[in-house]
Design a protein around this ligand. Structure first.
Ligand code: CS2
Length: 488
């Protein structure tokens, strides 16, 4: 079977839409760090729509920092890939053309810096996941002692991390009197623009204080709220797409129909008219981001840990179980909703209904294991802020206690049936050391986790009500299993 590329665009079935613009003539204006599935299903699609409507030099150069996989998928395909939205009944498939260049950073540093330093590059955007910022989740400061950051500080002209790359590229622009690009964070962090700005400034200060002052004064870091559920594509998914397209697309994305992008309108050197593609450009992203992180990502992690421990593979399996579904519903409506102030014109009840319908999408095959990754980096902003607010309000934190207990048990690397778990987390070695020896002692296990101030801060681990809730959750989990334990 042929491979997707410019040459086969004319042979695709008529139901598949193809880029409706001249790709060759749109220059690169955006360098995107972290070209994983999420970027391709989200920002690349918005940009593709803008290129079709408005034209302009806003094509994307996608950069991988650690793995060559995406490069090898897209390079032979002229950067083209398909995005298929599935809703349980039908499918909507399009070919996205906005990614014109794919760079594997370790192999092509010189070319990458030429591009990042070029005046034609006006935006550097990022989806490098929470851990890619090397940021202490409880304080927001750069993890200056992390080996990856130490290595970049030792050779700042040859960096490997996103933060190091941005600082180096800004330094090159400053040296040539080129205006800085706008830095656009598209990861699930609260106030993500400010969060990225903080780690970039921390890094720059340790490297060159004049440069740090220049960045502080001139570089914009707008915040964004990004939302689309994009599971990792499986081999089966690739075969399914190939059967539909009549050609192989090794970079195919399968996702849901829903997509939302709220962007703080603060760009120093222009931007694509993303509003023409349905994005919201606003003065303040915070209320949207707050609602999304707390009501989507918080329950998502709860589903992932409880579902995994209940022996379920996909999020939709969890939503089909009456007890777990009831638990998730109560968590969202009774525990989280009271802490969220709706953005203007936003109906929180309808939002919760829509989220539950999205979680239940049977075509998505979104693995609990995928969402369970990197819990140490995710829990603080998804769940622990909500816990603090509920404690302050004197409300029960019992459900949160159970979710946190499920996360601790998951992080211990052994499920409730005694099988090993493939725990992916920057803290996984620490978890194995601290948690695994305590598997028969629910109270001690809870205690060992809660003393990790890098996750729980100095306050939560010491809070008697929260400690009791986690310990209680852990005991229930051990005694009754994940499903019965949710019947609080
Ligand atoms: C998920 C998110 O993997 C995860 O941690 O919670 O990737 C989630 O699917 C997206 O934020 C949805 O917009």
């Amino acid at each position: 079977m042929k491979r997707l590329s410019n040459a086969v665009l004319g042979d695709l079935p008529p139901s598949v839409s193809i880029p409706a613009y001249d790709r060759a003539s749109s220059g690169i204006g955006i360098v995107h760090l972290g070209i994983g599935a999420f970027h391709r299903a989200h920002q690349a699609v918005y940009t593709d729509d803008v290129l079709a409507r408005d034209g302009g030099d806003w094509a994307i150069a996608g950069v991988s920092l650690r793995s060559k996989t995406v490069h090898d998928q897209l390079d032979p395909q002229d950067g083209l890939f398909s995005v298929t939205a599935l809703d349980g009944e039908g499918r909507d498939c399009r070919i996205v053309g906005s990614v014109k260049d794919v760079i594997f950073a370790p192999d092509e540093k010189v070319r990458l810096f030429e591009l990042m330093a070029a005046p034609s590059t006006r935006i550097v955007s990022l989806t490098v996941t929470e851990k890619g910022y090397y940021r202490d989740p409880s304080t927001g400061a750069l993890l200056a002692d992390d080996p990856a950051i130490r290595a970049d500080l030792a050779s700042p002209d040859d960096p490997a991390t996103a933060v190091g790359l941005i600082v180096r590229a800004l330094k090159l622009r400053r040296a040539t009197g080129t205006e800085p690009f706008t830095v656009l964070c598209c990861d699930n962090l609260p106030a993500n623009g400010a969060a990225l700005r903080q780690v970039v400034l921390d890094f720059a200060l340790l490297h060159d204080s004049d440069l740090a002052a220049w960045i502080e004064e001139t570089v914009r870091f707008p915040s964004t709220m990004v939302d689309r559920i994009v599971p990792a594509t499986t081999g089966e998914g690739l075969d399914d797409v190939a059967a539909h397209l009549g050609c192989r697309d090794e970079g195919a994305i399968l996702t849901e129909p829903f997509s939302q992008w709220v962007i703080e309108d603060d760009f120093s050197t222009g931007r694509p008219a993303w509003e023409d593609a349905g994005a919201m450009l606003v003065a303040d992203v915070a209320p949207f981001e707050f609602a999304k992180l707390r009501l989507l990502n918080g329950p998502h992690s709860a589903i992932a840990y409880l579902g995994y421990l209940a022996g379920m593979e996909y999020v939709s399996d969890v939503m089909e179980n009456a007890s777990l579904r009831r638990f998730v519903d109560a968590l969202m409506r009774e525990d989280i909703r009271p802490t969220v102030t709706a953005p203007e014109g936003f109906d929180l009840d309808a939002y919760i209904d829509a989220l539950q319908a999205r979680f239940s999408n049977p075509s998505l095959h979104h693995r609990c294991w995928q969402i369970a990754m990197d819990g140490s980096q995710k829990l603080p902003q998804r769940l622990l802020g909500t816990v603090r607010d509920r404690l302050k309000a004197g409300a029960s934190v019992a459900r949160f206690g159970l979710v946190v207990a499920a996360w601790i048990r998951y992080a211990s690397g052994v499920d409730l049936a005694g099988n090993a778990i493939d725990v992916r987390d920057p803290f996984s070695e620490r978890f194995a050391e601290r948690f695994t020896p305590l598997l028969s002692k629910p109270e001690a296990l809870a205690e060992a986790a809660l003393s990790m101030t890098g996750i729980f801060g100095a306050d939560l681990g010491e809070n008697a009500t929260f400690r009791a809730a986690v310990t209680e959750g852990m005991k229930k989990l051990f005694a009754d299993g994940a499903i019965i334990a949710t019947e609080l």
